[in-house]
Write a protein that binds this ligand. Structure first.
Ligand code: GRF
Length: 215
């Protein structure tokens, strides 16, 4: 059973997609053991409470020294016993000591088709504003492993979403969440939980489902 810690900052719809997928059996052999938020106001904490999942709030304001925040985050993850860390609408830059402690075991959902509209400054609604400003006809979402950079780790899954006439950033964000983020993030957790994801030379390989094991 893969133990998953989910890091959140806001509404938690991606967290909810994971919880719903575990409940429906779309995600197999995984359980969410901890929710960690960097904001006390995150509705994601309410979602965790309703699901009976222990949560903890670790905010930079609690720790005058940045490295104390970094260590508190690492300690919380290690205490949870998590095998996989999922950044679900998480706006925290993951400290190097955490990335190093969980090599190819931290995944992030980005609301664009990396390498488009990603990197420093591209998060939340701003990603969709940039896509509309550029006039792209297709956008989407990406799940990738987290390495030392911003949105630079090996790509696991991507899903395209059509940009429609009259889209506002809010309408486009909602479509990308519904049609892409909430689909590929649970899918990535299931693939990892069932041993189907490997990383070789910076590229992700997804193996075929070994159905014999299902019996
Ligand atoms: C989503 O657009 C997500 O891609 C981005 O933050 C937004 C809210 O995510 N990272 P959630 O509802 O908190 O999961």
């Amino acid at each position: 059973m893969l133990k998953v810690a989910v890091m959140v900052s806001g509404g938690g719809t991606n967290l909810q997609a994971i919880l719903d997928a575990i409940g429906s059996g779309k995600i197999r052999n995984a359980e969410v053991v901890r929710v960690i938020s960097n904001s006390r106001k995150a509705f994601a904490l309410e979602r965790a409470a309703r699901a009976g999942i222990p949560s903890v709030c670790i905010t930079r304001s609690q720790y005058p020294e940045p490295e104390d925040f970094d260590r508190a985050l690492l300690n919380a993850l290690q205490e949870s016993g998590a095998d996989l860390v999922v950044l679900a609408g998480c706006l925290v830059v993951i400290p190097r000591i955490v990335v190093d402690a969980y090599p190819n075991r931290i995944i992030n959902i980005h609301p664009a088709l990396i390498p488009s509209f990603c990197g420093t400054g591209y998060y939340g609604l701003g990603v969709h504003e940039a896509a509309l400003k550029r006039g792209v006809k297709v956008t989407g979402a990406t799940v990738h492993f987290v390495d030392g950079g911003t949105d630079t780790g090996p790509i696991i899954l991507q899903k395209a979403v059509e940009v429609l006439e009259g889209d506002t950033p809010e309408i486009l964000q909602r479509r990308v969440m519904e049609q892409a983020e909430w689909v590929i993030l649970p899918q990535a957790v299931d693939l990892i939980a069932n041993g189907r994801v490997t990383v070789e030379n910076g590229s992700v390989h997804i193996s075929e489902e070994n159905l014999e094991e299902e019996v």
